[in-house]
Design a protein around this ligand. Structure first.
Ligand SMILES: Cc1cc2nc3c(=O)[nH]c(=O)nc-3n(C[C@H](O)[C@H](O)[C@H](O)COP(=O)(O)O)c2cc1C
Length: 186
């Protein structure tokens, strides 16, 4: 796919087939993610690969519970409360794989750097016919000491981008268009 077409046709995918993503493909995508620029070339990223629909469903249930418990009265998360309380809602949209990008917080710019790596991963996946969706709902759970300990994530690494990954049921193509944006000055 042409680069510009890849950029313009990527959309968040929320329906995946049951086909698992091959290890080789996951590694290829991560190898492409790390070609992102990083401040002072620190490359402060680290990756966790989570697989298996059953385990991901378990994690989704845990994350939903934590999120609902943390929603305060005036929070902008109120609008998601019903969805998060629904037993049928899976925060990973039933994807078979989730790649979590962690950043080493000892580097001041890790959030920028890892977000750029995340965009690389999303575009590379789309180019190869796979779909992704950044899952902010998983952020809280994946940053807990318990979860990090279980998965061997060093304490100084913080979650930046939990990414659902899978073969899309259909190619996205459409989806939210872009708003008018301000161009300042002049
Ligand atoms: C930081 C961040 C967090 C997001 N969290 C979620 C999420 O938890 N669940 C979800 O379905 N989409 C999530 N998204 C995807 C956005 O909803 C999506 O990118 C936006 O609606 C634009 O749509 P597009 O990606 O199809 O262009 C997130 C995106 C970003 C950048």
């Amino acid at each position: 796919m042409e680069t510009l077409e890849t950029i313009k046709t990527r959309r968040s995918v929320r329906k995946y087939t049951d086909r698992p993503v091959e290890e080789k493909v996951i590694r290829e995508l991560i190898d492409l993610a790390v070609w992102a620029p990083s401040a002072m070339n620190t490359q402060p990223w680290g990756f966790l690969i989570l697989e298996g629909k059953e385990y991901l469903k378990e994690l989704s249930d845990q994350a939903k519970k934590g999120l609902v418990a943390a929603i305060s009265e005036n929070s902008d998360m109120q609008k998601y409360k019903n969805r998060l309380e629904s037993a049928d809602f899976n925060i990973f949209h039933n994807a078979s794989t989730v790649v979590v990008i962690y950043g080493n917080s000892e580097s001041s710019w890790y959030i920028y750097d890892c977000s750029l790596a995340a965009q690389n991963l999303m575009l590379a996946a789309h180019d190869k016919g796979l779909g992704t969706c950044w899952i902010g709902f998983a952020h809280q759970l994946f940053d807990t000491a318990e979860f990090k300990q279980k998965h061997g994530i060093p304490e100084e690494y913080k979650v930046v981008a939990p990414m659902a990954l899978g073969y899309p049921e259909k190619q996205p193509g459409s989806g939210p268009s872009r708003k008018e944006y301000p161009i300042f000055g002049g």
